[in-house]
Design a protein around this ligand. Sequence first.
Ligand SMILES: C[S@@+](CC[C@H](N)C(=O)[O-])C[C@H]1O[C@@H](n2cnc3c(N)ncnc32)[C@H](O)[C@@H]1O
Length: 226
Amino acid sequence: MLQKRRESLPVSVEVFEKSADRYDFISNVISFGLISKWQERFVDFVEPEGRVLDIACGTGALEKFLYGNVPFLVGLDYSISMLKVARRKFPEVPFVCGDALKLPFKSGSFDTVLVSFSLRHFDDIEDSLREIYRVLKRGGKAGVMELAFPERGVWRGVVEKFFKWFAVPFARLRSKEDVVRHLYGSVVDFPHGERFKEIVKKSGFSEVVVGGDFSRGLVKVYRFVK
Ligand SMILES: C[S@@+](CC[C@H](N)C(=O)[O-])C[C@H]1O[C@@H](n2cnc3c(N)ncnc32)[C@H](O)[C@@H]1O
């Protein structure tokens, strides 16, 4: 399935395109080894079934928990380098290069759609939710997992310091300022909680379930039905 690529790669793809071979290592280090646990809990929370689409699958992190446990699985990402790593890890899984805002699938093709740590990177959250709605079958479900800033308290201060003194300088070592700004801003600005619920409902979904926070609100998960 070939899709015409955009004139230039968005910042949110370029950064992964350049760091694909180190992505698993970096995400493991900056999450203190927690990322895999979060991904496993997210899959358990959504309970994927039937034909499953993993949007912005990256290096195939969710595939570790999905492959062999669902009857049909496809991963999609816009970064060819990330997909190369995913294909090396899971040669049996079909991985497609495509844009989350213009999914190269017919309407009503999937029973479950998952988006892990990626929705905040898309140019337009509402457009991408509408695309998810379109490719889901009626009654199909979607799951989203995103990083979050804890709302208040001591823990928020700790997370702010972590970003200021560790994550941002770490990103600056190898990335341009616009990339660093994007990575930080996309976490701070993500419309979590009730705001996200409203956006999801506006896109046509019902039964929006806000899952428990993982690691004291550092990660939030959502599940909703078409
Ligand atoms: C933080 S990584 C997450 C990867 C994986 N889902 C995980 O949980 O580790 C974000 C991914 O979103 C992809 N991405 C960003 N914008 C995209 C778009 N418009 N369409 C498809 N993929 C996109 C990037 O290429 C990257 O692989």
